[in-house]
Design a protein. Structure first.
Length: 321
């Protein structure tokens, strides 16, 4: 040091553990003010420059852009906002990296044929997975039901799982399978009729039906968690009541027999809900009930209590793997 109040650019660089080039760059950017020049025209810095230079180095280590570093140095309240902004920028990047890591693990310890199949699933869905294709499937499935926007959004939100921010290889495989389910074509001739709610006349009220079905599924969920066999009760009454109210009918023994002739499983949806349950169920825990599982339980409960249907049941028999 050449004096008690100033350092040369080399002295400052040595004390901070950086290069002279680094000090010169930050000085030229206006981040490191000089206290003056020597008689030979060389830059001089006061002792406060050392702390400022160390702060600059720390902020740049966090990959903050130079203009943001300047804001943090000039305003005490700016750093907290800049850190929050940077975290928001990093989260999707980190999520993307975690999905790629999980996908790479998915490709280990499997046969060449299975690896090829998994690669096809990964390539089709992208990483992180794009769930728009799942949402479009459900909106198309429900259309042209006259549903309020809030009810439709709630159904779609329930049916479309959100990708995890910390996925496992099983998550990658599950989302790949979901996309394959909703995009696979059904062999011609097997989808001869639309879903049951779309086969009623103009007086049918889909909004009443789907609101009631949600209540019935919620009532059935504890039965599924307890592993109870399908049976009559509050959940089944609400299930049948939803169909009756939507069609302007009365819940009766005859109505229940007719309803068993209308309702049938849809393998595509059953398989879809099985995969959703896998995503929602913690390792080693019993399967988490889904609306699809509740629907199947309630259909079976209805068939077991209503007697023989008044018309033949109709099963759409596409298989999706």
């Amino acid at each position: 040091m050449t004096g008690s109040t100033s350092w040369s650019i080399g002295e400052l660089a040595a004390r901070a553990g950086v290069t002279v080039k680094t000090v010169r760059f930050y000085s030229d950017q206006g981040l490191l003010p000089e206290t003056g020049r020597s008689s030979g025209g060389h830059r001089r810095y006061g002792p406060e420059a050392l702390g400022r230079l160390r702060m600059i180095r720390s902020l740049r280590t966090l990959d903050l852009p130079v203009p943001d570093v300047g804001r943090a140095l000039e305003r005490d309240d700016a750093l907290e906002s800049l850190v929050a902004d940077r975290l928001r920028e990093l989260r999707p990047q980190l999520t993307s990296l975690r999905w790629r890591e999980a996908a790479l693990h998915l490709l280990t310890d499997c046969s060449p044929d299975e690896r090829a199949r998994r690669l096809d699933l990964i390539g089709a869905m992208g990483l992180p997975p794009d769930t728009d294709v799942l949402a479009r499937f459900w909106r198309g499935w429900l259309f042209p039901a006259r549903l309020p926007a809030s009810l439709l959004a709630g159904i779609v939100d329930t049916a479309v799982p959100a990708p995890s921010h910390d996925p496992t290889p099983a998550h990658v495989l599950a989302f790949g399978r979901l996309r394959a389910i909703v995009t696979a074509p059904c062999p011609p001739g097997l989808l001869d009729r639309p879903p049951a709610p779309k086969r009623f006349d103009d007086g049918f009220r889909p909004a009443v039906l789907y609101s009631g079905l949600k209540e019935a599924y919620d009532l059935a969920a504890p039965e599924l968690r307890a592993g109870r066999a399908p049976a009559g009760g509050e959940a089944l009454d609400r299930f049948v009541g939803a169909w009756a109210e939507a069609g302007g009918a009365r819940d009766s023994a005859a109505f229940r027999r007719r309803l068993t002739g209308v309702l049938a499983g849809e393998p595509r949806l059953d398989h879809y809900w099985d995969v959703v349950s896998e995503l929602a169920t913690p390792p080693g825990a019993p399967p988490e009930p889904t609306p699809g599982a509740a629907e199947a339980w309630l259909r079976e409960a209805l068939a077991g209590t209503a007697g023989a249907p008044e018309e033949g049941t109709w099963m759409r028999s596409c298989s999706y793997e």
